[in-house]
Design a protein around this ligand. Structure first.
Ligand code: HEM
Length: 430
């Protein structure tokens, strides 16, 4: 590893730690309180995230919007399904402020449908296969896992999981493979995520840094898009920028500015979420060495382990929607304009749907969990994310025998209220 590589990785780790810091609030494990609330009430007035001291998409920037919180599976699901009554444009106050009109999660109605349809066109079964075989698997195994094998010890977060999702999404986008630029882009994306802060004084600084990072990202991506357009696009190239340029040629009205914004929006959506999801799974399994060994010997259990860890420890444990008209849930009146914070992490453990929901059990009957959202805004990258986690996990199982926690280092712990994950996972192997 060169000095530049080490410096870039350390910059990414610093930015990653800052994001974790913002979303860990008081530092307490949110699940005991969420369980209590889920079992006693369907909906409460107020934003439970404010009580934990972390920024909430439901009232980004503390503008004084009235907020309610729901905890149960059926309620969260029903709200995400009903896009007429519960809209998403309030998310524009959050990340949308940095990511502008391509912020797909913040779009409603036809504007959402149009952009989603264009993007979805790239996620065909044929392209997904190409991405899996030619990009995801080789990139993760050869570029990121192979160099760790001779070291016999590593930090699975900072040496591995922080890096590969960024590289994979850039490969999928069709970016030139420039490791230094890619790490720099990743740092900017993390700085955007660290923009919101509950403390107004800190927020002034972090918001300014986030806007600057969004601008820097834009300024670096746009010339790449322009160059690709000038070079002309092959008819069947599988990368995303080619797909968007072809869609423009067919009348989708995507100029360089729009394509740049789409590309810029995808980075925060695709990278850190995958980093934390993979890392959470590794902690849950390293805590259960016999189970980890069982999975190593029976790879049919890999998808079960992935699904269950996504259910049990989702990265985005909370989503937000806004009532477009007066509604009532369980006798509680929600006026038009009020926001609802959806505690999807709590819903994922709802005993009415998941038997012994508070237990991690990879052998449970699979039911749809809410970790990738649900309905019109269901995560567009769901299959890609699962492919990445599966490729990374299989590579780890194949190439890091007798994987276990490093006894000389602090044991990994999943922390945070939302954006949950471990800060480091120090391991040794034979
Ligand atoms: C394990 C990793 C991931 C997790 C946990 C995750 C989670 C989510 C969630 C919860 C939403 C719904 C937000 C809402 O309804 O308000 C979402 C939307 C989205 N995700 Fe992911 N995501 C992951 C990876 C990815 C990847 C790899 C990509 C891109 C390749 C991606 C692209 C998107 C996009 C574009 C949307 C917006 C969809 C829409 O609004 O129609 N995500 N994601």
């Amino acid at each position: 590893m060169t000095t530049t590589d080490t410096a870039q990785i350390s910059q990414m780790s610093d930015e990653f730690a800052k994001v974790s810091d913002v979303f860990s609030g008081s530092g307490e494990d949110p699940y005991p309180l969420l369980r209590e609330l889920r079992e006693s009430k369907r909906i409460i007035p107020g934003d439970i995230l404010a009580r934990f001291g972390v920024p909430s998409q439901a009232d980004y920037g503390n503008k004084g919007r009235q907020v309610f919180t729901t905890f149960r599976y059926d309620d969260c699901l029903a709200i995400m399904r009903d896009t007429q009554t519960y809209t998403s444009s309030l998310l524009m106050d959050g990340l949308g402020a940095f990511l502008e009109d391509a912020m797909l999660t913040a779009l409603d109605g036809d504007a959402h449908k149009q952009l989603r349809t264009v993007l979805q066109g790239a996620f065909t079964p044929q392209n997904l296969k190409i991405w899996q075989n030619d990009m995801i698997r080789p990139v993760i195994r050869n570029e990121f896992l192979a160099p760790l094998i001779p070291r016999k010890q590593c930090d699975l977060v900072n040496d591995f999981a922080l890096q590969f999702p960024v590289r994979v999404i850039y490969e999928i986008m069709g970016f030139p493979n420039d490791p230094v630029a890619i790490e720099q882009f990743a740092g900017w994306a993390l700085r955007i995520l660290a923009g919101p802060q509950p403390d107004p004084e800190k927020a002034k600084i972090s918001m300014a840094a986030a806007f600057q990072a969004a601008q820097d990202l834009y300024d670096h991506v746009r010339p790449i898009v322009a160059k690709r357009r000038a070079e002309g696009v092959a008819e069947n190239s599988a990368d995303l920028i080619s797909h968007l340029l072809r869609a423009d040629a067919q009348g989708a009205n995507l100029d360089d500015h729009k394509i740049t914004n789409i590309v810029r929006m995808l980075l925060p959506a695709a990278a850190e979420t995958t980093t934390r999801s993979f890392s959470n799974m590794m902690v849950l399994l390293l805590d259960r060495p016999e189970l980890l060994e069982q999975i190593r010997n029976d790879r049919s259990l890999v998808p079960k382990a992935i699904n269950e860890s996504l259910r049990y420890e989702p990265v985005s444990g909370f989503l937000a929607r806004q009532a477009s008209k007066d509604v009532e849930i369980d006798g509680v009146k929600i006026p038009a304009g009020a926001a609802i914070s959806l505690a999807n992490g709590a819903a994922n453990r709802d005993e009415a749907v998941f038997v012994n929901g508070e237990e991690f059990d990879i052998f449970r009957q699979i039911k749809p969990n809410l970790s990738f959202g649900f309905g019109a805004h269901t995560c567009l990258g769901l299959i890609v994310a699962k492919m990445e986690i599966e490729a990374a996990f299989n590579a780890v199982l194949d190439d890091l025998p007798n994987l276990r926690y490093d006894p000389s280092k602090p044991k990994a712990k999943i922390v945070g209220v939302t954006m949950r994950g471990p800060q480091a996972v120090h391991v040794v192997f034979d």
